[in-house]
Ligand binder design. Structure first.
Ligand code: F6P
Length: 256
């Protein structure tokens, strides 16, 4: 069992000014969110690990009382879980989760984009304890020549572009080298999704508005027609838990 946390970075200095794209630092408010998020996710992961531990323990206790077979029984005192002191750690069950010396790896990985606002949001996680990865594919939709502008400026200076995007936001590609559309972002995130599905432990993704929309639409099967207009405000934390018939979504909101 695992959780996939998805959130946007904390408020950036560009968010305050209403500028799109760029590579700004977190604002004061954004830094406060980052600190709260870090503690929140650590606690959730610990609680989650304890819950599964308790559930597993109950099953084992029941099996001990009603053995299925005389020859195959639970070996007393041998649980495949770690001692209760390390609720944040999963006992390695595959080469993927065990390090070379066999020490248990943390059951949470943190993936952020390579933009400062996302990396700074995850700065409170100790890299000696958590695997932290900065992935270019998680970078925000690139607005090409319109990077750093406000929507109002685009509307006033490039009304045709503004209208074209409004009409067909999924396929509209920003002008300029590297300019992206939502369709491009979907392509860019494919390897992330493949890796995410392959993972067996929990992951927290710190992304951006278009990136979070794309990931949520994939995980929650939201049609691409709705996806570019989904409300994903700053300060919302989404948690997807894979279940047999689809993902279960929980949403939290940061109260400043
Ligand atoms: O304003 C924040 C931001 O992440 C921009 O960097 C990005 O261009 C935009 O949101 C994406 O949202 P939309 O597709 O609705 O313009």
């Amino acid at each position: 069992p695992r959780i996939i946390f998805i959130t946007r970075h904390g408020q950036s200095e560009d968010n305050v000014l209403g500028r799109i794209g760029g590579d700004a630092n977190l604002s004061e408010k954004g830094r406060k969110f980052a600190a709260t998020l870090t503690e929140f996710v650590k606690q959730k992961i610990a609680a989650f690990a304890e819950r599964t531990l308790a559930e597993q323990q109950q099953e084992e206790d029941e099996e001990r009382q009603r053995p299925l077979s005389d020859s195959i029984a639970l070996a007393n005192g041998h649980s495949h879980y770690p001692p209760a002191t390390s609720s944040l750690h999963e006992y390695p069950t595959s080469s993927e989760t065990s390090s070379v010396d066999g020490t248990p790896q943390p059951s949470l990985e943190i993936w952020t984009s390579m933009l400062k606002r996302a990396m700074q949001t995850a700065e409170g996680f100790d890299p000696d304890v958590y695997t932290i990865r900065h992935l270019r594919a998680l970078n925000e939709i690139y607005a090409g020549k319109r990077e750093g502008m406000t929507y109002k400026e685009i509307m006033e200076q490039y009304p045709d572009e503004f209208e074209a995007r409004r009409k067909n936001k999924f396929y509209y590609r920003y002008p300029g080298i590297g300019g992206e559309s939502y369709a491009d972002v979907v392509q860019k995130l494919q390897p992330i999704i493949v890796e995410l599905e392959r993972k067996r432990h929990s992951v927290m993704i710190v992304g951006h508005r278009a990136v979070v929309r794309t990931l949520l639409s994939y995980l929650m099967e939201i049609p691409t027609t709705h996806m570019p207009d989904m409300e994903v405000p700053l300060g919302y934390v989404y948690a997807c838990e894979p279940r047999p018939f689809g993902n279960h979504l929980t949403v939290w909101k940061y109260l400043e």
